[in-house]
Ligand binder design. Structure first.
Ligand code: ADP
Length: 424
Protein backbone atom coordinates (compact mmCIF):
# COMPACT_ATOMS: atom_id res chain seq x y z
CA UNK A 1 0.00 0.00 0.00
CA UNK A 2 1.43 3.38 -0.91
CA UNK A 3 2.11 5.96 1.83
CA UNK A 4 2.11 9.00 -0.47
CA UNK A 5 -0.16 11.88 0.38
CA UNK A 6 -3.83 11.45 -0.42
CA UNK A 7 -5.97 14.48 -1.21
CA UNK A 8 -9.36 14.05 0.42
CA UNK A 9 -12.46 15.79 -0.92
CA UNK A 10 -14.82 16.26 2.00
CA UNK A 11 -18.42 16.99 0.99
CA UNK A 12 -20.16 18.02 4.18
CA UNK A 13 -22.67 20.84 4.74
CA UNK A 14 -22.57 20.69 8.53
CA UNK A 15 -19.67 22.90 9.72
CA UNK A 16 -19.34 21.01 13.02
CA UNK A 17 -19.10 17.67 11.29
CA UNK A 18 -16.62 19.09 8.79
CA UNK A 19 -14.58 20.41 11.66
CA UNK A 20 -14.75 17.02 13.36
CA UNK A 21 -13.47 15.23 10.27
CA UNK A 22 -10.74 17.85 9.86
CA UNK A 23 -9.82 17.42 13.49
CA UNK A 24 -9.74 13.64 13.24
CA UNK A 25 -7.58 13.77 10.11
CA UNK A 26 -5.36 16.28 11.94
CA UNK A 27 -5.12 13.75 14.78
CA UNK A 28 -3.74 11.32 12.26
CA UNK A 29 -1.20 13.90 11.27
CA UNK A 30 -0.19 14.66 14.85
CA UNK A 31 -0.43 11.29 16.50
CA UNK A 32 0.97 9.05 13.77
CA UNK A 33 4.29 10.52 12.82
CA UNK A 34 4.96 7.78 10.42
CA UNK A 35 1.94 8.96 8.41
CA UNK A 36 2.69 12.67 8.77
CA UNK A 37 1.47 14.54 5.72
CA UNK A 38 -0.71 11.58 4.75
CA UNK A 39 -3.95 13.46 4.02
CA UNK A 40 -4.71 16.89 2.59
CA UNK A 41 -8.35 17.93 2.86
CA UNK A 42 -10.44 20.12 0.60
CA UNK A 43 -13.86 20.88 2.01
CA UNK A 44 -17.03 21.81 0.06
CA UNK A 45 -20.61 22.05 1.32
CA UNK A 46 -22.60 21.33 -1.83
CA UNK A 47 -22.61 18.44 -4.26
CA UNK A 48 -22.48 20.73 -7.31
CA UNK A 49 -19.31 22.42 -5.99
CA UNK A 50 -17.74 18.96 -5.56
CA UNK A 51 -18.71 17.89 -9.08
CA UNK A 52 -17.20 21.11 -10.47
CA UNK A 53 -13.93 20.45 -8.65
CA UNK A 54 -13.83 16.85 -9.84
CA UNK A 55 -14.47 17.72 -13.47
CA UNK A 56 -11.85 20.50 -13.33
CA UNK A 57 -9.13 17.98 -12.45
CA UNK A 58 -9.91 14.28 -12.61
CA UNK A 59 -6.62 13.23 -11.01
CA UNK A 60 -6.50 15.70 -8.14
CA UNK A 61 -8.34 13.73 -5.46
CA UNK A 62 -7.59 10.30 -4.07
CA UNK A 63 -10.81 9.79 -2.13
CA UNK A 64 -14.18 11.41 -1.39
CA UNK A 65 -15.79 11.57 2.05
CA UNK A 66 -19.44 12.14 1.38
CA UNK A 67 -22.32 13.19 3.60
CA UNK A 68 -25.53 11.87 2.04
CA UNK A 69 -27.72 14.74 3.30
CA UNK A 70 -26.66 17.92 1.46
CA UNK A 71 -28.52 21.11 0.59
CA UNK A 72 -28.60 20.19 -3.14
CA UNK A 73 -28.95 16.37 -2.88
CA UNK A 74 -30.34 13.87 -0.42
CA UNK A 75 -29.91 10.17 0.38
CA UNK A 76 -28.70 7.58 -2.13
CA UNK A 77 -29.40 10.02 -4.95
CA UNK A 78 -26.42 12.08 -3.67
CA UNK A 79 -24.14 9.09 -4.16
CA UNK A 80 -25.63 8.26 -7.56
CA UNK A 81 -24.99 11.73 -8.93
CA UNK A 82 -21.48 11.80 -7.55
CA UNK A 83 -20.73 8.40 -9.15
CA UNK A 84 -21.92 9.74 -12.49
CA UNK A 85 -19.34 12.49 -12.18
CA UNK A 86 -16.52 10.17 -11.14
CA UNK A 87 -16.39 6.43 -11.77
CA UNK A 88 -12.83 5.75 -10.67
CA UNK A 89 -12.67 7.67 -7.37
CA UNK A 90 -13.29 5.73 -4.12
CA UNK A 91 -16.20 7.19 -2.13
CA UNK A 92 -16.64 6.71 1.60
CA UNK A 93 -20.07 7.59 2.85
CA UNK A 94 -20.08 9.58 6.12
CA UNK A 95 -23.33 10.07 7.89
CA UNK A 96 -24.76 10.67 11.29
CA UNK A 97 -27.48 8.16 10.65
CA UNK A 98 -26.57 4.72 11.93
CA UNK A 99 -28.61 3.09 9.20
CA UNK A 100 -27.53 -0.38 7.99
CA UNK A 101 -30.03 -0.50 5.13
CA UNK A 102 -28.75 2.79 3.77
CA UNK A 103 -25.19 1.53 4.25
CA UNK A 104 -25.90 -1.56 2.18
CA UNK A 105 -27.66 0.50 -0.52
CA UNK A 106 -24.62 2.83 -0.62
CA UNK A 107 -22.21 -0.09 -1.10
CA UNK A 108 -24.48 -1.54 -3.81
CA UNK A 109 -24.50 1.85 -5.49
CA UNK A 110 -20.69 1.80 -5.67
CA UNK A 111 -19.47 3.34 -2.39
CA UNK A 112 -16.26 1.76 -1.14
CA UNK A 113 -17.16 1.96 2.53
CA UNK A 114 -19.41 3.44 5.17
CA UNK A 115 -18.51 5.29 8.36
CA UNK A 116 -20.89 6.69 11.03
CA UNK A 117 -19.64 10.14 12.03
CA UNK A 118 -20.27 9.63 15.74
CA UNK A 119 -17.70 6.80 15.89
CA UNK A 120 -14.89 8.51 14.05
CA UNK A 121 -11.32 8.36 15.25
CA UNK A 122 -8.02 8.97 13.51
CA UNK A 123 -6.89 5.40 13.15
CA UNK A 124 -10.28 4.19 11.89
CA UNK A 125 -10.64 7.00 9.36
CA UNK A 126 -7.05 6.67 8.20
CA UNK A 127 -7.36 2.92 7.76
CA UNK A 128 -10.75 3.16 6.04
CA UNK A 129 -9.46 5.76 3.58
CA UNK A 130 -6.33 3.80 2.74
CA UNK A 131 -8.26 0.54 2.35
CA UNK A 132 -10.87 2.23 0.18
CA UNK A 133 -8.16 3.74 -2.04
CA UNK A 134 -6.40 0.39 -2.36
CA UNK A 135 -9.61 -1.54 -3.05
CA UNK A 136 -10.62 0.97 -5.69
CA UNK A 137 -7.20 0.77 -7.31
CA UNK A 138 -7.47 -3.02 -7.49
CA UNK A 139 -11.05 -2.75 -8.78
CA UNK A 140 -10.02 -0.31 -11.53
CA UNK A 141 -7.04 -2.51 -12.47
CA UNK A 142 -9.24 -5.58 -12.56
CA UNK A 143 -11.74 -3.77 -14.75
CA UNK A 144 -8.94 -2.70 -17.04
CA UNK A 145 -7.64 -6.30 -17.24
CA UNK A 146 -11.14 -7.63 -17.86
CA UNK A 147 -11.54 -5.13 -20.70
CA UNK A 148 -8.17 -6.16 -22.16
CA UNK A 149 -9.08 -9.85 -21.87
CA UNK A 150 -12.41 -9.18 -23.59
CA UNK A 151 -10.71 -7.26 -26.40
CA UNK A 152 -8.16 -10.10 -26.78
CA UNK A 153 -10.91 -12.73 -26.72
CA UNK A 154 -12.90 -10.87 -29.37
CA UNK A 155 -9.75 -10.65 -31.50
CA UNK A 156 -9.02 -14.38 -31.07
CA UNK A 157 -12.63 -15.23 -31.93
CA UNK A 158 -12.40 -13.08 -35.06
CA UNK A 159 -9.13 -14.76 -36.07
CA UNK A 160 -10.56 -18.23 -35.35
CA UNK A 161 -13.56 -17.43 -37.56
CA UNK A 162 -11.23 -16.21 -40.33
CA UNK A 163 -9.10 -19.36 -40.00
CA UNK A 164 -12.20 -21.54 -40.09
CA UNK A 165 -13.36 -19.74 -43.23
CA UNK A 166 -9.93 -20.15 -44.85
CA UNK A 167 -9.90 -23.86 -43.92
CA UNK A 168 -13.33 -24.30 -45.51
CA UNK A 169 -12.20 -22.44 -48.65
CA UNK A 170 -9.06 -24.59 -48.81
CA UNK A 171 -11.16 -27.72 -48.37
CA UNK A 172 -13.40 -26.64 -51.23
CA UNK A 173 -10.37 -25.90 -53.45
CA UNK A 174 -8.84 -29.29 -52.57
CA UNK A 175 -12.09 -31.04 -53.39
CA UNK A 176 -12.28 -29.22 -56.73
CA UNK A 177 -8.65 -30.14 -57.42
CA UNK A 178 -9.35 -33.77 -56.55
CA UNK A 179 -12.42 -33.75 -58.80
CA UNK A 180 -10.45 -32.21 -61.65
CA UNK A 181 -7.53 -34.65 -61.30
CA UNK A 182 -9.96 -37.54 -61.07
CA UNK A 183 -11.80 -36.59 -64.26
CA UNK A 184 -8.60 -35.76 -66.15
CA UNK A 185 -6.98 -39.05 -65.11
CA UNK A 186 -10.07 -40.97 -65.98
CA UNK A 187 -10.18 -39.39 -69.45
CA UNK A 188 -6.51 -40.26 -70.03
CA UNK A 189 -7.19 -43.96 -69.51
CA UNK A 190 -9.14 -44.37 -72.73
CA UNK A 191 -6.47 -43.15 -75.25
CA UNK A 192 -3.77 -44.91 -73.25
CA UNK A 193 -5.69 -48.16 -73.51
CA UNK A 194 -5.81 -47.56 -77.30
CA UNK A 195 -2.06 -46.94 -77.54
CA UNK A 196 -1.32 -50.05 -75.51
CA UNK A 197 -3.69 -52.14 -77.64
CA UNK A 198 -2.01 -50.91 -80.84
CA UNK A 199 1.42 -51.81 -79.41
CA UNK A 200 0.14 -55.35 -78.79
CA UNK A 201 -1.27 -55.57 -82.33
CA UNK A 202 1.99 -54.28 -83.82
CA UNK A 203 3.96 -56.84 -81.84
CA UNK A 204 1.64 -59.68 -82.82
CA UNK A 205 1.23 -58.81 -86.52
CA UNK A 206 4.54 -57.14 -87.44
CA UNK A 207 7.14 -58.67 -85.15
CA UNK A 208 8.65 -60.75 -87.98
CA UNK A 209 8.95 -57.65 -90.21
CA UNK A 210 10.76 -55.51 -87.58
CA UNK A 211 14.43 -55.77 -86.72
CA UNK A 212 15.55 -56.61 -83.18
CA UNK A 213 15.83 -52.96 -82.14
CA UNK A 214 12.32 -52.23 -83.42
CA UNK A 215 10.86 -55.12 -81.41
CA UNK A 216 12.77 -54.02 -78.31
CA UNK A 217 11.48 -50.45 -78.63
CA UNK A 218 7.92 -51.62 -79.09
CA UNK A 219 8.19 -53.82 -75.99
CA UNK A 220 9.59 -50.86 -74.02
CA UNK A 221 6.62 -48.80 -75.22
CA UNK A 222 4.25 -51.46 -73.85
CA UNK A 223 6.03 -51.47 -70.49
CA UNK A 224 5.90 -47.65 -70.34
CA UNK A 225 2.18 -47.75 -71.16
CA UNK A 226 1.65 -50.20 -68.29
CA UNK A 227 3.61 -47.99 -65.91
CA UNK A 228 1.67 -44.89 -66.97
CA UNK A 229 -1.57 -46.82 -66.50
CA UNK A 230 -0.47 -47.80 -63.00
CA UNK A 231 0.36 -44.18 -62.17
CA UNK A 232 -3.05 -43.06 -63.45
CA UNK A 233 -4.70 -45.70 -61.29
CA UNK A 234 -2.75 -44.50 -58.27
CA UNK A 235 -3.76 -40.92 -59.04
CA UNK A 236 -7.39 -42.03 -59.19
CA UNK A 237 -6.99 -43.83 -55.88
CA UNK A 238 -5.40 -40.74 -54.34
CA UNK A 239 -8.33 -38.59 -55.51
CA UNK A 240 -10.93 -41.08 -54.31
CA UNK A 241 -9.60 -40.86 -50.74
CA UNK A 242 -10.45 -37.14 -50.80
CA UNK A 243 -13.77 -37.56 -52.64
CA UNK A 244 -15.55 -40.32 -50.76
CA UNK A 245 -15.19 -42.21 -47.53
CA UNK A 246 -17.33 -44.95 -46.07
CA UNK A 247 -19.09 -44.26 -42.77
CA UNK A 248 -16.69 -44.81 -39.85
CA UNK A 249 -17.31 -48.04 -37.95
CA UNK A 250 -15.40 -49.83 -35.19
CA UNK A 251 -12.59 -51.72 -36.89
CA UNK A 252 -10.65 -54.40 -35.04
CA UNK A 253 -7.09 -53.91 -36.28
CA UNK A 254 -6.12 -57.48 -35.31
CA UNK A 255 -8.54 -58.72 -37.99
CA UNK A 256 -7.52 -56.15 -40.62
CA UNK A 257 -3.81 -56.88 -40.15
CA UNK A 258 -4.38 -60.66 -40.22
CA UNK A 259 -6.27 -60.29 -43.53
CA UNK A 260 -3.48 -58.17 -45.03
CA UNK A 261 -0.76 -60.59 -43.91
CA UNK A 262 -2.73 -63.47 -45.42
CA UNK A 263 -2.91 -61.63 -48.75
CA UNK A 264 0.91 -61.38 -48.78
CA UNK A 265 1.50 -65.04 -47.83
CA UNK A 266 2.92 -66.12 -51.25
CA UNK A 267 5.59 -63.40 -51.03
CA UNK A 268 6.25 -64.17 -47.38
CA UNK A 269 6.73 -67.87 -48.11
CA UNK A 270 8.87 -67.29 -51.19
CA UNK A 271 11.26 -64.97 -49.37
CA UNK A 272 11.26 -66.72 -45.99
CA UNK A 273 9.90 -63.59 -44.32
CA UNK A 274 9.37 -63.65 -40.58
CA UNK A 275 6.35 -61.51 -39.77
CA UNK A 276 4.80 -60.99 -36.35
CA UNK A 277 2.19 -58.90 -34.58
CA UNK A 278 3.11 -57.40 -31.22
CA UNK A 279 -0.53 -57.11 -30.14
CA UNK A 280 -3.24 -57.01 -29.21
CA UNK A 281 -3.91 -54.10 -31.52
CA UNK A 282 -6.64 -51.59 -30.68
CA UNK A 283 -10.03 -51.05 -32.29
CA UNK A 284 -10.31 -47.88 -34.33
CA UNK A 285 -13.26 -45.88 -35.64
CA UNK A 286 -12.79 -45.52 -39.38
CA UNK A 287 -13.63 -46.75 -42.86
CA UNK A 288 -12.19 -50.32 -42.86
CA UNK A 289 -11.24 -50.16 -46.55
CA UNK A 290 -9.04 -47.13 -45.93
CA UNK A 291 -7.48 -48.66 -42.80
CA UNK A 292 -6.75 -51.81 -44.82
CA UNK A 293 -5.01 -49.71 -47.48
CA UNK A 294 -2.75 -48.10 -44.88
CA UNK A 295 -1.52 -51.50 -43.64
CA UNK A 296 -1.38 -52.94 -47.17
CA UNK A 297 0.99 -50.17 -48.31
CA UNK A 298 3.20 -50.19 -45.25
CA UNK A 299 3.52 -53.98 -45.21
CA UNK A 300 4.13 -54.07 -48.95
CA UNK A 301 6.94 -51.49 -48.62
CA UNK A 302 8.41 -53.35 -45.64
CA UNK A 303 8.62 -56.51 -47.73
CA UNK A 304 9.79 -54.79 -50.90
CA UNK A 305 12.60 -52.60 -49.54
CA UNK A 306 14.37 -55.43 -47.77
CA UNK A 307 17.49 -57.31 -48.90
CA UNK A 308 18.29 -58.93 -45.57
CA UNK A 309 19.10 -62.64 -45.59
CA UNK A 310 16.78 -63.02 -42.58
CA UNK A 311 14.06 -60.50 -43.42
CA UNK A 312 11.43 -59.68 -40.81
CA UNK A 313 8.56 -57.31 -40.30
CA UNK A 314 6.72 -56.45 -37.08
CA UNK A 315 3.46 -54.65 -36.46
CA UNK A 316 2.61 -53.30 -33.03
CA UNK A 317 1.17 -50.55 -30.88
CA UNK A 318 2.72 -48.17 -28.34
CA UNK A 319 1.32 -47.95 -24.84
CA UNK A 320 0.66 -44.20 -25.16
CA UNK A 321 -2.74 -42.43 -24.90
CA UNK A 322 -3.06 -42.24 -28.71
CA UNK A 323 -2.21 -45.97 -29.02
CA UNK A 324 0.28 -45.13 -31.76
CA UNK A 325 0.60 -47.96 -34.27
CA UNK A 326 3.90 -48.95 -35.85
CA UNK A 327 5.18 -51.09 -38.72
CA UNK A 328 8.87 -51.98 -38.42
CA UNK A 329 11.20 -53.79 -40.84
CA UNK A 330 14.88 -54.68 -41.00
CA UNK A 331 15.12 -53.46 -44.58
CA UNK A 332 17.37 -51.00 -46.41
CA UNK A 333 16.26 -47.98 -44.32
CA UNK A 334 15.79 -44.37 -45.43
CA UNK A 335 18.12 -41.41 -45.05
CA UNK A 336 16.47 -38.87 -42.65
CA UNK A 337 16.85 -36.12 -45.26
CA UNK A 338 14.19 -37.92 -47.34
CA UNK A 339 11.77 -38.59 -44.47
CA UNK A 340 9.43 -35.82 -45.64
CA UNK A 341 9.98 -36.18 -49.40
CA UNK A 342 8.90 -39.80 -49.55
CA UNK A 343 5.33 -38.67 -48.76
CA UNK A 344 5.25 -36.57 -51.95
CA UNK A 345 3.23 -37.95 -54.83
CA UNK A 346 5.34 -40.01 -57.28
CA UNK A 347 8.56 -39.28 -55.38
CA UNK A 348 10.80 -42.36 -55.38
CA UNK A 349 14.28 -42.92 -54.03
CA UNK A 350 15.03 -45.81 -56.40
CA UNK A 351 14.66 -46.63 -60.05
CA UNK A 352 12.04 -49.20 -61.12
CA UNK A 353 14.92 -51.46 -62.15
CA UNK A 354 16.03 -51.63 -58.48
CA UNK A 355 12.57 -51.72 -56.87
CA UNK A 356 9.18 -51.77 -58.60
CA UNK A 357 6.79 -48.98 -57.70
CA UNK A 358 5.27 -45.64 -58.67
CA UNK A 359 5.92 -43.51 -55.57
CA UNK A 360 2.24 -43.02 -54.73
CA UNK A 361 1.79 -45.48 -51.83
CA UNK A 362 3.02 -43.34 -48.92
CA UNK A 363 1.26 -40.24 -50.28
CA UNK A 364 -2.01 -42.16 -50.27
CA UNK A 365 -1.25 -43.53 -46.79
CA UNK A 366 -0.63 -40.04 -45.44
CA UNK A 367 -3.77 -38.68 -47.10
CA UNK A 368 -5.84 -41.45 -45.51
CA UNK A 369 -4.29 -41.01 -42.07
CA UNK A 370 -4.74 -37.20 -42.19
CA UNK A 371 -8.31 -37.49 -43.45
CA UNK A 372 -9.03 -39.65 -40.40
CA UNK A 373 -7.53 -37.00 -38.10
CA UNK A 374 -4.29 -38.88 -37.40
CA UNK A 375 -0.64 -38.32 -38.36
CA UNK A 376 2.21 -40.42 -39.70
CA UNK A 377 5.99 -40.18 -39.25
CA UNK A 378 8.98 -42.48 -39.31
CA UNK A 379 12.20 -43.40 -37.68
CA UNK A 380 14.79 -44.77 -40.09
CA UNK A 381 18.46 -44.71 -41.05
CA UNK A 382 20.10 -46.32 -44.08
CA UNK A 383 20.91 -49.93 -43.28
CA UNK A 384 19.06 -49.78 -39.96
CA UNK A 385 15.56 -50.71 -41.09
CA UNK A 386 12.51 -48.45 -40.84
CA UNK A 387 9.70 -47.92 -38.37
CA UNK A 388 6.59 -46.11 -39.59
CA UNK A 389 4.42 -44.69 -36.78
CA UNK A 390 0.86 -43.49 -37.26
CA UNK A 391 -2.27 -42.70 -35.29
CA UNK A 392 -5.90 -43.46 -36.11
CA UNK A 393 -9.08 -42.40 -34.27
CA UNK A 394 -9.69 -44.92 -31.49
CA UNK A 395 -13.14 -46.46 -31.09
CA UNK A 396 -14.85 -45.60 -27.76
CA UNK A 397 -14.71 -49.24 -26.63
CA UNK A 398 -14.13 -52.44 -28.55
CA UNK A 399 -17.72 -53.45 -27.71
CA UNK A 400 -19.00 -50.48 -29.73
CA UNK A 401 -18.18 -52.35 -32.90
CA UNK A 402 -21.80 -53.56 -33.34
CA UNK A 403 -23.21 -54.69 -36.67
CA UNK A 404 -22.67 -52.46 -39.66
CA UNK A 405 -25.66 -50.35 -40.68
CA UNK A 406 -27.84 -51.78 -43.45
CA UNK A 407 -26.80 -49.05 -45.91
CA UNK A 408 -23.08 -49.38 -45.33
CA UNK A 409 -20.91 -50.86 -48.02
CA UNK A 410 -17.19 -50.32 -48.32
CA UNK A 411 -17.38 -51.37 -51.95
CA UNK A 412 -19.99 -48.71 -52.75
CA UNK A 413 -18.39 -46.04 -50.61
CA UNK A 414 -14.85 -46.33 -51.95
CA UNK A 415 -14.99 -48.60 -54.94
CA UNK A 416 -11.94 -50.30 -56.32
CA UNK A 417 -9.28 -48.81 -54.08
CA UNK A 418 -6.40 -51.22 -54.71
CA UNK A 419 -3.15 -49.32 -54.77
CA UNK A 420 -0.38 -51.67 -55.70
CA UNK A 421 -2.28 -53.65 -58.28
CA UNK A 422 -3.14 -52.17 -61.61
CA UNK A 423 -6.76 -52.36 -62.75
CA UNK A 424 -5.84 -51.07 -66.16
P1 ADP B 1 6.78 -46.81 -54.01
O1 ADP B 1 7.02 -47.91 -53.06
O2 ADP B 1 5.78 -47.16 -55.05
O3 ADP B 1 8.04 -46.26 -54.59
P2 ADP B 1 5.93 -45.22 -51.76
O4 ADP B 1 5.24 -43.90 -51.77
O5 ADP B 1 5.28 -46.33 -51.04
O6 ADP B 1 6.14 -45.57 -53.27
O7 ADP B 1 7.38 -45.00 -51.16
C1 ADP B 1 8.14 -43.88 -51.55
C2 ADP B 1 9.61 -44.16 -51.38
O8 ADP B 1 9.91 -44.31 -49.99
C3 ADP B 1 10.02 -45.48 -51.97
O9 ADP B 1 10.38 -45.29 -53.33
C4 ADP B 1 11.19 -45.91 -51.12
O10 ADP B 1 12.36 -45.31 -51.58
C5 ADP B 1 10.89 -45.30 -49.77
N1 ADP B 1 10.34 -46.31 -48.83
C6 ADP B 1 9.06 -46.49 -48.50
N2 ADP B 1 8.92 -47.45 -47.57
C7 ADP B 1 10.16 -47.90 -47.30
C8 ADP B 1 10.70 -48.89 -46.40
N3 ADP B 1 9.93 -49.61 -45.60
N4 ADP B 1 12.04 -49.06 -46.40
C9 ADP B 1 12.84 -48.33 -47.19
N5 ADP B 1 12.39 -47.39 -48.05
C10 ADP B 1 11.08 -47.17 -48.10
Amino acid sequence: MSTKEIEVLLIEDNPHDAELVGFVLGQVRGAMEVHAGLFRTTHVERLESAIELLSADKNRFGVVLLDLQLPDARGIETLRRLREATRDLPIIVLTGLDDDTLALAAIQEGAQDWLPKDHLDGRLLSRTIRHAVERKRIEVELLQHTREVEVARARIERQAAQLQQRAEELDAINRELDDFTYIASHDLKEPLRGISAYCEILLEDYEDRLDEQGVHRLRTLTVLCDRLAEQINNLLTYCRVGRAQGAPVAVDLNEIVAEQIASFSPVLDARGFDICIDGPLPTVQADPTLVGMVFQNLISNGLKYNRSLSPWLEIGVLNDPARTLWVRDNGIGINPKYHEEIFTLFRRLHSTREYEGTGAGLTIVRKIVSSLGGRIWLDSEPGQGSTFYFTLPLAETPQDSGPRGPHWSARNAVPDLSVKTSDY
